[in-house]
Design a protein around this ligand. Structure first.
Ligand SMILES: Nc1ncnc2c1ncn2[C@@H]1O[C@H](COP(=O)(O)OP(=O)(O)OP(=O)(O)O)[C@@H](O)[C@H]1O
Length: 218
């Protein structure tokens, strides 16, 4: 979810000692940016579908407000964050994701990485219709390690934000959420390229902006 959280953009994950469940395997880091049309506007948090994950009390609509002090307190521990960064680099990602009664998604290319997690394309292994919605062929999977800085009190703090802002224009619809192995995972609509992506990939726009700036200055 773009620009909801400030601060560092490093992923802080640790490789804890718990055995990886079957179906988890090291996943190659892949680059790439979102390239599809964005499904913006409403979001629907399908909280009841995520049996293994989190109850409404943890991040559902019943939550009261956003617990900013918790996050800020965690972010102050710089040394701990560095350790998490280093240790987390080898933590295995699930090859396939299914949360509750969600479709089964195969982890595909990496879309990006934020301060609290990383986002991959999830491609349905069967079925799927359209680019957005709960039946979409591709979704965005945001993974946060359960020992990451955003999960010190359980499910990611960001889940509260998604629930609180549910329905706001510009946010992806969240269809499922839950825990798989060591990761808390959000299944949401794929967004299109950010302004930064467009800036970097579209020479015409780059030139147009330069021209605009030149005309404005002179
Ligand atoms: N639904 C999505 N569809 C497509 N790409 C996404 C989606 N969500 C995130 N991304 C990509 O993944 C990157 C990381 O997203 P993430 O939400 O983890 O962090 P952020 O919000 O950009 O930063 P931070 O969490 O540090 O504030 C984004 O910058 C964006 O490029």
């Amino acid at each position: 979810m773009p620009d909801l959280r400030g601060g560092t953009r490093r992923s802080k994950r640790i490789n804890d000692n718990q055995e990886s469940p079957a179906g988890l395997a090291p996943t190659a880091r892949r680059g790439g940016a979102a390239g599809r049309g964005r499904g913006r506007g409403r979001r629907a948090m399908n909280q009841d579908d995520n049996a293994k994950l989190v109850g409404p009390s943890a991040c559902g609509r019943g939550c009261t407000g956003v617990n900013l002090p918790v996050r800020q307190g965690v972010e102050k521990s710089a040394e701990r964050l560095v350790a998490v960064e280093e240790e987390g680099s080898t933590s295995p990602l699930p090859e396939r994701v299914q949360l509750g009664n969600s479709p089964v998604y195969k982890l595909d290319r990496k879309l990006g990485k934020g301060g609290f997690g990383q986002v991959y394309v999830g491609r349905r292994i069967s079925g799927g219709v359209g680019c957005t919605g709960p039946d979409a062929f591709e979704v965005a999977l945001k993974l946060e390690h359960r020992n990451g800085k955003g999960c010190s009190s359980g499910p990611p703090y960001e889940w509260q934000v998604y629930s609180t802002l549910n329905g706001c224009y510009g946010l992806p619809l969240v269809h499922h959420k839950g825990q798989l192995g060591d990761y808390y995972i959000l299944v949401m609509d794929m967004l299109g390229p950010s302004l930064w992506d467009v800036w970097n990939s579209n020479n015409q726009m780059y030139e147009a902006v330069l021209l605009y700036i030149s005309l404005s200055l002179f």
